[in-house]
Design a protein around this ligand. Structure first.
Ligand SMILES: *Cc1c(COP(=O)(O)O)cnc(C)c1O
Length: 383
């Protein structure tokens, strides 16, 4: 048994959004709009699936995947068996493919839950074939071939010998042959075409089976990369697919954190652990109740920022576990006060901006978002 905190039997006078130190707003309609935009953008005949691994990149797959299903998406990718098991009851008959594939001993769980295993190695192929033999029927799967990423997937020679093994091919009945691009966010990278050529060669081994090559960024490389199914994740959640021009995706996430207190600081006084910020003049500080335990990267110390209304306010000092301090000197009277919200992710500070400032990528900002936020879903079937 997992140890659990005892049930809370106090009478709570406030609602959760009032109590929360910070509110994470997730716009389901924006996610749906992004999926529709991508599904319309891929070549005629191709479709967009939805990658909802990592709890939909930290935003809540239990809300997002059913909203996408209702919008017409009927193929989903998760990373792990447990993620697939959790989503199965929420997604009707839609395909759920599990990118990590079956671990030895877990293959029956895929079958019982109606999950499609992605077969990434000859070992996984054999595991699935043996189960199919054991059940006396062919069992559908997704076949992953490596085209240059050297992470998961059959090497070309392995794919070639599998293609010649008619008995195994009949048993594992692939519904999709997939691969994954290593450098698609860099549109000029030579790997993009090399992998496309390698993917075409691998697909030629399996005539008649639909193909899938591109995730979010690959969709923007052009129609040659679209094959039959694209697998966007990041772009659904508003992340920028590449550095070309303005971000075509609609923003999905907004994070607002409450000011706990406003205080004066004199010239020469320091802020936070390590005293890494020293005020050079009299000023005002706003202390906010979020920190690195909420996924606010510690690397944002002295370089992050937020918005109080229209005003950009610099993050000063280090990020603590549960607290962070902003310099609100010189703002119009009454703006900085306890209970007011500072926007940490939003219009003037996109996930990609915050990722860059933190020395990482927007993907990591998203998946690090903590569990202490009050989560507010807009739109979808909940509205
Ligand atoms: C994570 C992942 C995706 C989605 O990638 P994005 O860049 O988030 O669109 C697609 N395919 C595979 C194999 C992945 O691991």
């Amino acid at each position: 048994m997992e140890p659990r905190l005892p049930p809370n039997d106090h009478t709570i006078m406030t609602d959760a959004s009032q109590r929360a130190g910070a509110i994470l707003t997730i716009d389901l309609d924006a996610i749906i709009a992004n999926w529709r935009f991508l599904d319309a953008r891929v070549s005629p005949g191709a479709r967009a699936a939805a990658v909802v691994k990592g709890d939909s990149y930290g935003l809540g797959a239990a809300a997002i995947a059913p909203a996408l299903l209702a919008a017409g998406c009927n193929r989903f990718f998760v990373a792990t068996l447990d993620e697939g098991l959790a989503l199965r009851p929420l997604l009707g008959q839609a395909d759920i493919a599990v990118l990590s594939g079956p671990l030895p001993g877990c293959e029956e769980d895929f079958l019982e839950a109606g999950l499609l295993p992605v077969l990434n190695s000859r070992d996984q192929v054999d595991l699935w074939r043996d189960l199919a033999h054991n059940r006396g029927r062919s069992l559908p799967s997704v076949l992953h071939v490596d085209t240059g990423m050297s992470r998961l997937g059959l090497r070309y020679a392995e794919a070639e010998s599998l293609a010649e093994d008619g008995d195994t091919m009949a048993a594992i009945a692939p519904v999709l042959v997939m691969s994954h691009l290593a450098c698609a966010d860099d549109v000029a990278h030579p790997m993009n075409r090399q992998q496309l050529v390698a993917f075409r060669a691998a697909r030629a081994l399996f005539p008649g089976i639909p193909g899938s090559l591109s995730a979010s960024s690959g969709i923007f490389l052009g129609p040659e990369w679209h094959a039959d199914w694209c697998r966007p994740g990041a772009a659904l959640y508003g992340l920028r697919p590449n550095d070309q021009g303005p971000n075509p995706m609609t923003p999905v996430v907004r994070l607002d954190a409450r000011i706990l207190q406003v205080r004066d600081i004199d010239a020469g006084e320091c802020v936070g652990y390590g005293a890494t910020h020293r005020a050079d003049r009299r000023g005002k500080l706003a202390t906010v109740g979020v920190g690195y335990a909420d996924g606010l990267f510690r690397t944002l110390g002295n370089c992050g920022w937020g918005y109080l209304g229209e005003h950009r306010v610099p993050l000063v000092g280090r990020v603590s576990m549960d607290l962070v301090v902003f310099d609100v000197t010189g703002l119009p009277a009454g703006l900085a006060k306890s209970g007011a919200m500072i926007n940490l992710i939003g219009q003037g500070n996109s996930l990609d901006d915050v990722g860059k400032a933190a020395g990482t990528i927007g993907y990591e900002i998203l998946t690090a978002l903590g569990n202490r936020y009050h989560r507010h879903y807009l739109g979808g079937s909940r509205s």
